[in-house]
Design a protein around this ligand. Sequence first.
Ligand code: APR
Length: 316
Amino acid sequence: MALPKISLVGAGQIGGTMALLASLSKLGQVQVIDIAGDMAKGKALDLDQAGAVLGFEGNLRGGESYADLKGSDVVIVTAGIPRKPGMSRDDLLEINAKVIAGVGREIKAHAPDAFVIVVTNPLDAMVWVMQQASGLPAQKVVGMAGILDSSRFRFFLSEALGVSMKDIHTMVLGGHGDAMVPLLKFTTVNGIPLQHFIDQGHLSSADLDAMVERTRKGGGEIVSLLKNGSAFYAPAASALEMAQAYLYDEKRLLPCAALCQGEYGVKDIYVGVPVVLGKTGVEKIVELPLDKAEKEAFATSVAGVEGLVQSVSQYL
Ligand code: APR
């Protein structure tokens, strides 16, 4: 049976990691595209040869031409630049908006039926640019951030509680920036609310606050450790989880950047919300009741995204 075609635009740290993970899990036939000369070709060839040892039949393709997007079921976009220590995601706005607008036009020309996942930062504004430039239906254009942010929070909680990450479920809403909103009341350990662990003395409120703050700044923590580039393993795994949900019609309920059209009081911008992902893309946006503090935090986060979106429209 022919595997679905997954095209990765950007063959850098995240793109290369996704190519490996998608090949290992046999999620699809991988096409890598990058403007950096023969780099994508080189990575595809290296991975093909890794298949001999790791047990997958390579068949990866790599190159510079966007015409190779043709026939893609999923396109995952990491093209652009990552931040350096001291930079915020928003500092990447101008350079990456131009890149994403260009890639969006190429997707429109060569893969208008694909499901498109954007990973490039600043995420929420970049997905908006992608949807505008590609003209694809909003339900087929999403951004990856919430799964990554949630995975960070799950890891910190798992360490603090001494419980497997598998059993920790959480939801992080809002823009993919330091103002994101981890939702504590929807965070459970296999259905048991976090408050129970605080009441039982397994976790202090101060420790929890510190973990929320560390989650918000989780990307920056990795940037300052790596010194040259940003996180790539967890972003790669998170984007592929979304691709899989679409390709296999899994109806996963996941936090993703989706175009809100009135949901959560947000109009016409992309922001992180819980969505159901299935074979038509974003099948539903799930609205959760937020308390006063969460609403305020969400509004602050959304206002930040709105400001960025206003300034990127000039690059379309
Ligand atoms: N078309 C295709 N590829 C491009 C283009 C373009 N127009 N512009 C840049 N690229 C490629 C670069 O050549 C580079 O190989 O995008 C790749 C980006 O890879 P890295 O620099 O390694 O960045 P990475 O860590 O993968 O992050 C990519 O995702 O999480 C975000 O903030 C991160 O914006 C960054 C993006």
